[in-house]
Design a protein around this ligand. Structure first.
Ligand code: DAK
Length: 260
């Protein structure tokens, strides 16, 4: 399928999804949200793809937010519907079952910051600038930001970002745990790809179960979440990949995981 506002490149098990509306700093209009929905639906069932990098076109912006032109005409009903749709699309990223790394190459504001938050790990270039300026527009985050940001950086740091609408530079984002690493812009994509490759060298069922245990567990009481972990652990033990991984270690050879 061809996309108007996304570039998608698949190579050796990794898909690089680039949001591309450079004249609008890659702002997420409805068409782009639809395309993100479509590509992540396709990637979920694409067995050739085992990990994903999400980035923005150009050297200035990852994604500068939801498209403000489209936000201007919303009323109570359409605003709620747009927000719920955004939640479904961004949940699809979080629940892909394969590692997704955001390569934040500049502004990641509003909906762009929320897109990065829906990814599993975030790398930033030195010129990255993150924030949720919705309050400056008389709005608030509508794509999960009020929920994912405090879960990632804690309530106090999140509220400072959410309530000021100010921007956080790459080093500050690193200090807060909002991003995992900061690298020079030219190294951002290679480093993000290398990180995904390091992850996908591991057993795909193990990665899927780990993602599910973390995302499914964090919102539950510890005892219940640990029950979930035990269930997933048991299922993995019955997989041939687990047999292969342990045998390979004992036989001092590299494992050949088959996702079964
Ligand atoms: N939407 C639409 N166009 C945008 C845009 C955006 N978010 N960000 C930038 N652009 C456009 C600019 O209008 C400009 O277009 P032209 O005038 O050339 O046609 C072009 O991109 C280049 O931008 P600038 O000329 O402004 O570039 P600068 O380097 O001077 O400034 C900037 C870069 C990133 C600081 C600035 O563009 C800026 O402040 N942009 C807006 C950032 C922002 O406020 N982002 C948050 C948007 S609000 C909800 C669901 C979701 C959300 C809210 C509610 N519900 C369902 C209710 C999420 C909301 C948001 O994300």
């Amino acid at each position: 399928m061809g996309y108007e506002n996304l570039q998608v490149e698949r190579k050796d098990g990794v898909a690089v999804v680039t949001v591309s509306r450079p004249k609008k700093l890659n702002a997420l209009n409805t068409k782009t949200i639809d395309e993100i929905d479509a590509i992540f639906t396709a990637l979920a069932s694409d067995d050739e793809v085992r990990g994903v990098v999400v980035t923005g076109a150009g050297e200035k912006a990852f994604v500068a937010g939801a498209d403000i032109e489209e936000l201007a005409g919303l009323d109570a009903e359409s605003g709620r519907a747009l927000s719920e749709r955004g939640h479904r699309v961004f949940d699809r990223i979080e629940w892909l079952g394969k590692p997704v790394v955001a390569a934040i190459n500049g502004f990641a504001l509003g909906g762009g910051c929320e897109l990065a938050l829906a990814c599993h790990v975030r790398l930033a270039s030195e010129n990255a600038s993150l924030g949720t300026p919705e309050v400056k527009l008389g709005l608030m985050c509508g794509y999960g930001g009020t929920q994912r940001l405090p879960r990632l950086v804690g309530r106090g740091a999140a509220l400072e970002i959410l309530l000021t609408g100010g921007r956080v530079g790459a080093e500050e984002a690193l200090r807060l745990g909002l991003v995992n690493r900061v690298v020079p812009l030219e190294q951002l994509l290679p480093e993000a790809e290398a990180l995904v490759r390091e992850m996908i060298a591991n057993g795909p069922l193990a990665l899927r179960a780990t993602l599910e245990a973390v995302h499914g567990g964090l919102d539950r009481p510890l005892a219940e979440a640990q029950e979930g972990e035990a269930q997933l652990f048991g299922e993995l033990c019955a997989s041939s990949d687990a047999g292969e991984g342990t045998s390979a270690f004992l036989e001092k050879r590299a494992p050949r995981f088959r996702g079964r």
